[in-house]
Design a protein around this ligand. Structure first.
Ligand SMILES: [Zn+2]
Length: 228
């Protein structure tokens, strides 16, 4: 069972992954994680540079986004994270960035088509676009939840804003953010010389189910796949 101290450490360390993979500029990106079995989650404090984050600086919030524990104000995106946790009990982690290529698709309000096996594996279909929503109330969170309803995707491109990703835990949501930016870039590059063909829906389902079932299995059962 994850303790609060372990979760704060993990979420603190995961912010360094956003930097490592080039997903964030200045302080514009945040990771949160639900404390399993509770109505609490932890999230980055607002305006603190990634180099200055410590486990102790990661703040604890309730599912309404209210500050429960911490010296600093929570991220300005906390209401959106809280809305997702309230409405998606299966979600244990949420990530938001303005990573360049994913945000470029969001700027055009264009879904990323499922033209790569990696997109089928990770997202189970195209990566959808959510509505334009102003920061400060529930509208971003509602847009994320409603857009992902009925989709297998762990990522949504909020129009004229940028990507939000969800996962089983914070690490899984960070992985989705990294993979999203990678496929957003690759499909963008592919398009420079033509229109890539969509993978047939039956093949998308087959790829997605095979890949998702890798989780939790013995590595020797599935050749060529690494557990994550
Ligand atoms: Zn943002």
């Amino acid at each position: 069972m994850t303790t609060l101290a372990e979760l704060r450490r993990a979420v603190c360390d995961l912010h360094a992954e956003l930097v490592r993979y080039g997903l964030v500029a200045w302080t514009a990106g945040n990771v949160s994680g639900r404390l399993p079995g509770t109505d609490r989650f932890v999230i980055k404090p607002s305006g603190v540079s990634y180099d200055d984050l410590t486990p102790e600086s990661i703040v604890v919030c309730d599912l309404d986004g209210g500050l429960v524990e911490g010296e600093l104000a929570p991220s300005s995106d906390t209401a959106a994270h809280a809305y997702v946790y309230r409405h998606r009990p299966d979600v244990g982690g949420v990530v938001h960035t303005h990573s360049t290529y994913a945000t470029a698709w969001a700027a055009r309000a264009e879904p990323i088509p499922c033209v790569l096996t990696m997109i089928a594996d990770e997202f189970g279909g195209e990566i959808p676009v959510g509505p334009f929503a102003l920061i400060g109330d529930d509208s971003i969170g509602r847009g994320i939840v409603e857009t992902l309803r009925g989709s297998r995707s762990r990522a949504v491109l909020m129009a004229a804003h940028g990507p939000f990703t969800v996962g089983r835990d914070a690490r899984d949501a960070v992985k989705a953010a990294v993979m999203l930016e990678d496929v957003a870039r690759t499909v963008h590059v592919a398009r420079q010389l033509g229109e890539p063909a969509a993978i047939a829906p039956a093949d998308v389902t087959s790829l997605f189910e095979r890949y998702q079932n890798v989780y939790g299995q013995n590595i020797t059962d599935v050749e060529g796949q690494e557990p994550t």
